[in-house]
Design a protein around this ligand. Structure first.
Ligand code: ACO
Length: 402
């Protein structure tokens, strides 16, 4: 019922594209994605090769600076970040002020914003690149510490400090799981699986949170404020919550007697809104290259840890049954990365509420790379248009006469 010709005279021509499904917001040289062919590349390197040969911080450096770093550049980058893992003691007081039930994504975004208070130099949009690099390293250093502290705070146990000599992922596991009574035993299979999981989440071009980081940064808000906005965008269940949804679905199937076939049939029934969480993907229409890589690690982690968890048994049975079912085969509905990441995180002992936070640690290099590219391109402030559909002219009625 909209009179298009009258709108045209008010606004000129405007492209209406809800969700920006077919609108390019920028030109980017960071990540290449071909959903039909199942290709994901960062700066020209395939995700398969990066997962096999690189560390997470090496991929972070590649995403942010555009080339694979030399050995000395990578060593400096890694050791600076290790130094920045220590956080100001006052963060403990801030954390202590939150109820232990606070959602860890809320804690993470609040502490990312708080970085502006402790490092206000980041507020200067014209500061030189060397100082921007310091902010980048501080973010990469401190976000895992904030994450682990959000977890230990929620559990009511003591905060662990980063330990010298441990790698990035090892230190994170130590800060999460060591207690006064028992040092966390670091297993190389778990470390490698988590490292790969972080690499697999490191960037995914102009998704909701990356676009948020770019648009907030385009107003010259600081990198910390922009990343905090990205964390908030990722918080939504439609973006960062899919792997949490997988475990919730598996738990529901278990609570309902563990009848996997019943739920497969529900998913196939077009009158039933139920869908198998962790199956199918909006962009990857043949297979999810990230899922292919991480599936092997999910199997290795389960075998190594010898985890006996009925929820994870349901996952195995669901995967096997669906992959043989013509409905899923014909529609090319394969498990996506969230299916296996949920399984790995649960096996490692990370609670479901923390899953989106793990995603945030992984996505951090992508947000930073997108923010930096936006800044270097000198992109104008993001300011979408609209098509106004409200009242055009109304006479004001005084309050006593309404
Ligand atoms: N279970 C059952 N049937 C499914 C599923 C599923 N998980 N996913 C798709 N289908 C069916 C559809 O009903 C449709 O069937 P039809 O051709 O008979 O009508 C066909 O497969 C094609 O699916 P679409 O809905 O067109 O695919 P779309 O691209 O719109 O949806 C999506 C992709 C949203 C990911 C979907 O597969 C889904 O809901 N999956 C489960 C939720 C999930 O895992 N989301 C996380 C994705 S990863 C991420 O976003 C980070």
């Amino acid at each position: 019922g909209i009179d298009i010709s009258s709108l045209r005279s008010q606004t000129g021509y405007i492209t209406l594209d809800y969700g920006f499904k077919n609108t390019g917001s920028t030109q980017s040289a960071v990540t290449f994605l071909d959903g039909e062919k199942g290709i994901l590349k960062h700066r020209g390197y395939s995700i398969e090769e990066l997962c096999e040969k690189s560390s997470f911080l090496e991929v972070a450096n590649l995403l942010i600076y555009g080339n694979l770093p030399s050995k000395s550049t990578l060593n400096n980058f890694t050791s600076n970040i290790a130094g920045y893992q220590l956080v100001h003691e006052n963060y403990r007081k801030i954390l202590d002020g939150y109820p232990s039930s606070t959602h860890p994504m809320g804690v993470l975004s609040a502490l990312a914003t708080t970085l502006n208070a402790f490092h206000p130099e980041a507020l200067d949009p014209h500061r030189p690149n060397e100082l921007v690099d310091v902010s980048i390293q501080k973010l990469l250093g401190k976000i895992p510490t904030f994450t682990a502290w959000a977890y230990t705070h929620a559990k009511g146990i003591a905060y662990n400090y980063p330990k010298t000599g441990l790698g990035y992922v090892e230190n994170f596991l130590h800060m999460m799981f060591s207690t006064r009574l028992k040092e966390y035993e670091i297993d190389p299979i778990v470390v490698r699986a988590l490292e790969k999981l972080l690499i697999l989440h490191a960037d995914h071009e102009q998704n909701c949170s990356a676009s948020t980081v770019r648009i907030v940064g385009s107003s010259h808000a600081s990198i910390y404020a922009s990343v905090a906005a990205g964390i908030n965008a990722l918080w939504g269940p439609l973006h960062g919550g899919a792997n949490q949804g997988v475990i919730q679905m598996l738990d529901n199937i278990l609570a309902d007697g563990g009848d996997v076939e019943k739920y497969i049939n529900k998913a196939k029934d077009k009158d039933d809104p139920f869908r198998l969480m962790g199956f199918g993907h909006r962009v990857y229409k043949n297979f999810d290259p990230r899922a292919k890589i991480i599936k092997k690690d999910a199997d290795a982690v389960l075998a190594k840890l010898g985890v006996s968890d009925p929820t994870l048994d349901i996952a195995k049975r669901l995967e096997e049954t669906a992959l043989q079912d013509p409905y899923f085969v014909e529609r090319k509905l394969f498990p996506n990365v969230d299916f296996y990441s949920g399984i790995i995180l649960k096996a490692i002992g990370i609670p479901t509420l923390m899953f989106p936070v793990m995603f945030a640690i992984g996505r951090l290099p992508g947000w930073i790379a997108q923010w930096k590219e936006m800044r270097e391109n000198k992109e104008p402030i993001g300011r979408p248009r609209q098509i106004y559909t409200g009242e055009v002219e109304r006479s004001y009625v005084p309050v006593e006469m309404r």
